[in-house]
Design a protein around this ligand. Structure first.
Ligand SMILES: *Cc1c(COP(=O)(O)O)cnc(C)c1O
Length: 403
């Protein structure tokens, strides 16, 4: 069995909750402990009983293999690699398949870090790039030099969804590598490999670990795709250490449980915000009025924990942010605690006002990573924050102190 093979403990009938707990995880042969031990060695004997050189940067230490096996099982892939960050996974995957004079088609509303990578480094290396939004746009952007299609669904911060089965089929027909960033949905809500995609990437920093206390990334796919990515990954060096692998493995054990609560809380909060007089519009794929509700319903089992909404009066953004007691104004997403941010001031601050407007990101847009707190507490918190402030400043206003 290859070091990257994940079939050890994975009956096909296991549901996601069981996969989360058991796939990849193995008992400690020395103590009988039920958790995968942390193997901290950076040097492994040679010749090695497995017949290959074991080394952290080769992505084949016991902790890397355990957590990769869990991720592969969750995404219905044959193999997986875990990285030191989401961007390490994304950059490695792109550089594994693209070279000078190649061309790739990217979704227009990409995660900011991915957008910077594409527009600066990929372009600098002579890789041609185009952007598209719909299946038709992706199809017409393909040229004789195109090698790869890259999408995110749902996207940040407007939660737009693209037709994954359609793009998967387009990629297969035209013999292109298809890559999807599944960070927002998680494999609990959406399984792109089953819809015909070749590679799934993640920022594991978000839902996979789920506790806002570590950075990591992942790439999952067929054994052949992961073998190809690993060759480049060993050169680029973005592997994850044993302690972090163990932490990610622990986080993944509760992924299905957490995501169920994220889904329910976001649906409840989206419904509340839709009715609120201070809110102009709510962007959540689970709402029947969302432009991509139909495609999201086809390809997602749950609509996720991310939503955004637009204040009727954009001048109130600062005041609203100050009034939260449960929700924290912060960057990042996917953790157990609810976070809120203003994309025009954070993730999209480097764009001009005109560029933001063309993407539909207005100054009053607020993005919420809905946590797993009691949904009634979240609704009360939003209800208070969105009330017109009486007097100069509320006594309940959070005192913002930085360490
Ligand atoms: C955060 C994020 C990334 C980058 O991940 P890091 O772990 O911060 O490197 C990529 N894609 C999406 C959708 C993200 O939210």
């Amino acid at each position: 069995m290859s070091c990257l093979d994940s079939k050890e403990r994975r009956p096909a009938s296991w549901r996601p909750e069981t996969v989360c707990v058991h796939a990849g995880t193995h008992q400690d042969p020395v103590s009988g402990g039920v958790c995968t031990p942390i193997y901290s060695s950076s040097a492994y004997v040679h010749p090695h009983p497995q017949g290959e050189n074991v080394y952290q940067r080769y992505f084949n230490t016991p902790n890397q293999r355990a957590v990769a096996a869990k991720l592969a099982a969750l995404e219905n892939g044959e193999a997986a690699l875990v990285f030191g960050s989401g961007m390490a996974a994304i950059s490695t995957v792109l550089l594994s398949f693209l070279g000078p004079n190649d061309h790739a088609v990217f979704q227009a509303d990409l995660y900011g870090g991915t957008h910077h990578l594409v527009s600066s480094d990929l372009t600098r290396f002579g890789i041609g790039v185009s952007y598209a939004r719909t299946l038709d746009e992706f199809r017409s952007a393909i040229t004789a030099r195109t090698r790869l299609i890259y999408v995110e669904s749902p996207s940040n911060p407007l939660l737009r969804c693209v037709d994954l089965a359609g793009i998967g089929e387009l990629g297969r027909k035209r013999k292109l590598v298809t890559v999807v960033d599944n960070t927002f949905a998680t494999p609990v809500n959406q399984m792109p490999l089953k819809l015909g995609f070749e590679v799934v990437v993640h920022s594991g920093t978000k839902y996979l670990n789920g506790h806002s206390d570590m950075n990591c990334g992942a790439a999952i796919g067929s054994a052949a795709a992961i073998r190809r990515i690993r060759e480049t990954a060993m050169n680029l060096g973005g592997s994850l250490d044993a302690l972090a692998c163990s932490q990610l493995e622990r986080g993944l054990k509760t992924l299905a449980l957490r995501v169920r609560q994220h889904n329910a809380n976001a649906a409840g909060l989206a419904a509340f915000l839709s009715e609120h007089p201070a809110v102009l519009q709510v962007n959540y794929p689970g709402l029947p009025g969302h432009p991509d509700h139909a495609v999201a319903s086809r390809q997602m089992r749950g609509f996720g924990g991310m939503l955004s909404f637009e204040l009727r009066d954009a001048r109130r953004v600062k005041q609203v942010l100050r009034r939260f007691q449960v929700v924290t104004p912060a960057l990042s997403l996917g953790g157990i605690e609810s976070l809120i941010c203003v994309p025009a001031q954070t993730s999209h601050v480097k764009l001009s006002a005109a560029e933001r407007a063309s993407l539909g990101i207005r100054d009053g847009l607020m993005r919420v990573s809905v946590g797993i707190e009691a949904v009634d507490d979240l609704i009360e918190d939003f209800s208070f924050a969105l009330q017109p402030a009486k007097g100069r400043q509320s006594s309940r206003a959070r005192s913002v102190g930085c360490p």
